[in-house]
Write a protein that binds this ligand. Structure first.
Ligand code: PLP
Length: 462
């Protein structure tokens, strides 16, 4: 019965659905996982198999599935209304949420502009930054350029792709993109400058600040993912890098846009990642964890200095002509408020740090030093394990060996959903995971690694 429903759905999917970031031929040859329900840290497929959600449903179901407080907030809001526009009108939940976001984001970030996904949250910051320079009291309309990092991922609109630096996603669209200045992202395991920490004295930061100096007159803003670059493989920034960059932006009157779409809402151990470097940007972009993955919702939070430059008079209104139909959606706002309540009442950040320690201790004991383990990068519950063909020389795997994809497939068979990102295996468990749940996930993670190690070792033996 389920067997036939499952195969009918699979056929219909392959006939009509188009999946994001998914090579068509691979998908058509695959046995698609059809997820039907979730509970806590678990997802269940249509055949009733249970899996640990080891990516928090692509980094956003931070509080797990069917959280009682989130469910209740959503149901309560549905009892009132599903949607009402935020254009020229307002409503209680979005007002309350803006107030709460202003309270918990770094000092000075007091003004919230809503949209519905991470890409738009960043796109909005880019447009606002440019328009701010045009309209501020001593206008600088020549500030039309942006600086981004190598390996950056900010979403898939053309503005975000212009700032982005993941070449195999972005290079095809080059003819459509605006030119962006690019600084090397700090990446200590594979230093772009061939240096070693701490003797390097953050030479990569100097590359970025030199670029800012050279283009100080024409730069509108610098855009970075703070503390961890997610999509390029959980690349972690050394201490002091972000602070140094932020101070330099300030000195040169260049705005700083922090994309906390992935790292925000507790993922790296603090509510917002930039708190770890005591940095307060001009814009912080939030999405993924904002509603715990329940509703598509995002926020671009900025300062009143920025906002006040959009305050014109009737002859020159200076309006921000940008909006989305679902801006400030009440269901999203209601569930986001419940997410914030949960962080406070259930001490989520304490749990993140407790489980982060548990994972790093176990990885130190059982994974570090294994044949194909390159670097294990971790900030809080944002973890990427780099697999390398030769640990001593850090030699990258030949592409056809696909160690990370193989390991993730083995883990799926054993009941843990994790995802490959190049030769990196990413592990972002829900922030509510208990000791026992983390231990069970780690058992599967390590067993899957060992099985993959055996398989690939055999393939490498001539
Ligand atoms: C996921 C992500 C985005 C894009 O968010 P969407 O909701 O998928 O558009 C932007 N920036 C970062 C850092 C992300 O991880």
């Amino acid at each position: 019965m389920t067997e036939t429903l499952q195969s009918r759905l699979s056929v219909a999917d392959k006939a009509h659905c188009w999946h994001p970031f998914t090579p068509v031929a691979d998908w058509e040859a695959s046995d698609p996982l059809i997820i039907q329900s979730g509970h806590g840290v678990y997802l269940f497929d249509i055949a009733g198999n249970r899996y640990f959600d080891g990516t928090s449903s692509l980094w956003c179901a931070a509080l797990g599935h069917r959280h009682p407080r989130l469910d209740a907030a959503l149901i309560d809001q549905i009892g009132q209304m599903g949607h009402s526009t935020f254009l020229g009108m307002t409503h209680p939940k979005a007002i309350q949420l803006a107030q709460r976001l202003a309270e918990i984001t770094p000092k000075g970030l007091d003004r919230v502009f809503y949209s519905d996904n991470g890409a738009t949250a960043v796109e909005i910051a880019l447009k606002m930054a440019f328009q701010y320079h045009v309209q501020k009291s001593s206008p600088e309309p020549q500030r039309t350029r942006f600086l981004g990092l190598t390996g950056a991922y900010h979403g898939d609109t053309l503005g975000d792709v212009s700032i982005g630096g993941v070449s195999h996603f972005h290079s095809l669209f080059k003819p459509l993109l605006f030119e962006t200045l690019r600084a090397p992202a700090p990446h200590c395991y594979r230093c772009p400058l061939g240096l070693t920490q701490p003797q390097c004295a953050l030479a990569c930061l100097k590359e970025a600040t030199d670029l800012i100096d050279q283009h100080a007159e024409t730069l509108a803003a610098v855009v970075v993912e703070p503390i961890v670059q997610g999509a390029s493989g959980m690349i972690t920034q050394p201490e002091g890098w972000l602070k140094g960059l932020a101070d330099h932006c300030r000195k040169r009157n260049v705005l700083l846009i922090l994309d906390e779409v992935a790292v925000g809402f507790g993922r790296t151990g603090t509510m917002f990642a930039c708190e770890q470097e005591a940095v307060s940007p001009d814009f912080i972009c939030l999405a993924k964890g904002l509603t715990g993955g329940y509703m598509p919702m995002a926020a671009t939070v900025t300062t009143n200095t920025i906002y006040n430059a959009f305050r014109g008079d009737p002859s020159n209104p200076k309006t921000f002509y940008h909006g989305h139909t679902f801006t400030g959606n009440p269901l999203g706002s209601a569930v986001a408020l419940a997410v914030l309540d949960t962080f406070e009442n259930d001490h989520i950040l304490e749990n993140v740090n407790r489980q982060a320690k548990r994972i790093s201790e176990r990885f130190d004991r059982d994974l570090k030093g294994r044949r194909f383990i390159g670097e294990i990068r971790q900030r809080g519950l944002m973890i990427g394990v780099d697999l390398v063909q030769d640990r001593a020389t850090r030699l990258e795997f030949q592409a056809h060996l696909k160690p990370s994809a193989k390991m993730c497939l083995i883990a799926r068979r054993k009941g843990l959903l994790i995802r490959p990102l190049g030769h990196n295996v990413t592990f972002l468990p829900p922030l509510i995971s208990t000791d026992q749940e983390i231990d069970d996930m780690l058992d599967i993670f390590i067993e899957s690694y060992l099985e993959m190690e055996n398989t690939i070792a055999a393939e490498l033996t001539p």
